[in-house]
Structure formats: structure tokens, C-alpha cells
Write a new protein. Sequence first.
Length: 514
Amino acid sequence: MKVVILDDEEKVSSLICTLIEWDKLGLEQAGTASDGISGLELIKKVRPDLLITDIRMPGMSGLQLIEEAKKILPDLQVVLISGYSQFDYAQSAIRCGVVNYLLKPVKKIELNDTLQKMSAEFKRRQQEVSHTQAIEEEIERIIKEKQQNALLSVLDDGNNTEACNIDLPFPVSIVAVKVDGRTLPYDMKAADVLVRRIVNHMGDAAEVPSVCVASGTYIVAALGNTPAASAVSETLLAWCKEQIELFRTFTLTVAEGSCVEKEEDYYAGVQLAFQGLAERLENGTLCLYHEKVPASVFEFDCTVYVKTIIAAVIQDDRGKFTSTAEAFRSFVVNSGCTLYQLTKIVTEFENQMLEESRLQLEDPAYREVEQLAPVVEMACSVEMLWKGLLLFLDTVYDAVAGSCRERYVRPVREAQQYIQEHYGDSQLSLNSVAEYVGLNSNYFSGLFKKNCSIGFADYLQDMRLTRAKELLSKTKNPIKWISAEVGYGDPKHFAKIFKSVTGIKPNEYRQLYE
């Protein structure tokens, strides 16, 4: 609580300063003056919370000073000190809003008791004001959040024709900004910073009721009570050009939508602004594009292309993957769609590819793919759009195909290790190994053969006979023992298989090494 002390006698001002228990009462001395005119200037400068003043002062009386000070600071608290005890002075002070009136000579206890009560009242008022401000700020936040969510719903579903209450005075103008990249790879963290700067600037610079939101690298503002946004858009574009001097790897485009006259027109207004932004793909960025005739509805289902591409990726069929991706690009290019429709088609295609990838990948592999998705969104030309899409698809292929290969190879590696450790078990079989790795026996049989280029039975037989040859050539152990050691419980069956593979009997094979 800041305090200013005014008295025409400096020694009285000094005395009052000495009597006040500043620290105990939580008061701060903000200055003193010895006449009314300089006292009023001091009040204007330091804007105190409490004024202690004498009634009689040169230049301007204390009562006149209080009247002028109250015009500047209506909540200013005052302690009036005077050597005159006449009631008329007290009455005049009351009319000025002064409720604390002390007589000279000022007594320390009386002065500090008065100031303590005033300090307590000041704190009480501050708490009330803070509480009221907090309530008002929370109400304002809720209203703003509701408006932003309403505008975001327009961005998320541009085909919706239902009324959308953004709670702005009509007419409302729509202004949109698109952040794009100039060169690969894109620093999306820096892009996020730039988007936030634009959102904050558009919110602060608007001189009318407004709502501003961002979705990805799109920023849209609805300006209430504004029939035309040309001046705002031109100023915004100039400011955006200054920003790309700081964010050199990015570029921006500004577009205006139609004037919104009623709630159900919001979707059309935003769609027209987005159509304007799409013009950057052919006509360049750092421009202001105005509303155009609404584009006709263009129906296109990406699902067949997405499913075919994902199937090719899972099968690790690079040829089919490439040909299908090229077929998708060729069909879209030759479809006659507008630039705006092109951005919607590619975005939908990208979203479906992300969803399919999410079903095939686990974190963090999926997150790595997801981080590449903005490559398409950040394109500032048609050429970069297709280049970005190809890079995105290649990333999907490497991640998903690699995951599938790992998914198929891992159980086979585990099976091979298990066979290596248990080939001497005569009960070892396709079913028992398939059960060990947690797969259906028929599926495991095909998976094993695909990865090892040899069937399970032949693989097991080769491992057993390889070990048998080693034992026959390096030990004197009986053939019956060797047969059991490598997993054949019947020596005759072992001998028969050994001869069918090597062309000679086990004992003849041993003689070759004697």
C-alpha cells in the first residue's frame, strides 16, 4: 500500500513519517510534498493508495486537492490532518469522501491505529477485486474457449451446413493464413512456434470482436462486425512477410473468405478462404487471395488405393506399391479437380494411410511415420505436394514392411534356436515347435518355409544328420547311441534315412574317417 504525505511544514511531514510503523503495517512511502499543486503532480506520478494531507496548504487546499485526486484515483483512501477542530472542516471533509480525520498534534498510537484499519480495509478490497477479476477472467476464458471450439468445428467439417454459433456480431469476415515449408526436411517445432505467433498477433491486432484458432498449419480468424476484411488482410500479409525473415525456411499465404451474414454461412465462408489458400500451389505464396465461386462437390474415395498400397507393403511387394501409388497420383491429376479439392483428396488419403499404419505399427515406429505426415500439408506447390506424398509413402513402406518382416522373422528365429537346443528329442515336431512360438501349426509351417527356403521336416532332418555325421567321424560311440542322440529312437529308421540322404550306411560313413 503506497502512501503520499502532504504538509506545508516539512518538519511535520518528517514527524509523520517517523511515527508511522511502515513495516508492521505493510506500508510503502511513495513521497512527500509541501504544497497542493506539487502534491497533485506527485499523486498523478506515483498513483498512491493512501493520502495523508493537511487541510491548509499553499497553492491548493487539502480539500481541493482531495477532490482533484479522487477524479484521478476514485478508490484513493485519505487521512486528513489539521490543527483546526471546527466542525465545518469535518463536514467538508466528509463531503469529499474522507472518513478519517485526525487533529494536530498527531499521536503515534492514534495515527497507527487509523492506518492499520485502513490497511486492513485496503487488503479486503483488494481480495474482493481479485476475486471479482478471477471470476470475470474465468467467464471470459470459458466464452473464448466456446467460441474457439465452435470455429474449430467449422474447420474440422467443412461440408457441414448446420448453424454454428461462434457468438460474434454480424457481419463476420473470415481471414485464413497457411504456413508452408520451402525446403525439406521441415522443422515442425519451428512451424508450431510460427503458427502460435500468428494466432497471438491476429488476436491482439484485431480491433473488433474476434476469434482465432489454428488447426495444424492453418490459422483462421473470424472478425465480428466487419463487412470487409481487405484492410486487415493487407496489414496481416505485411506482418507475415516480416515473420518469414525470421523463419526463413517457411512461407505464408493469406486468403479471405466470404462475408458471413448468418450462423449457417460460417462453413461456406471458411471453405472459400481455404479455396483461396489452395491457389498458392500454382500461383505462389506470400500473396493475398480473395474469395472465389464455391467449388462444386467432388466425390472421391481413396479407400481402394489405400487398401491396395497397404497390402503391397505388408507383402513387401515394392513393385505393386509403386505402381498403385503412381496410379493414385495419375487418377487425381487427370480427374479435373480444383486445387482446393486436390488438397482435400491428398489430406484424406494421407489420413487413411496413417490409420492403416497405426494398425500395423507400435510406438515409437508409428510416431516416426506420423512425424512425416506434415510433409504433405506443408507443401507450397503442386510439385512439392507430390514430392512430399512420395516421401511420406516411402517412410510408411520402410516402417510397415520392416515391422512385418520382423514380425515374421522373429518366430522363425526363435524356432531355429529351439530346434538347435532340442533336436535330440525324438518327440520334437512341427506342432510342438509351433506351440512354443505361439503360432498355428499350418501358419507356422508356411512362415518357416518362406523364411528358411526349406520345410520344417527337412530342416530338422538336416540338423540331425549333420550332427550324426560329426559324431560318426569323431567318436567311437555305437550307432544305436548316436541314433538316439540325434533324435531317432529306432536305429533302423535312422540308418534308412541316413542312406537315403548320403547314399551310404552309417557304418560305411564312419569307415571313411578311420
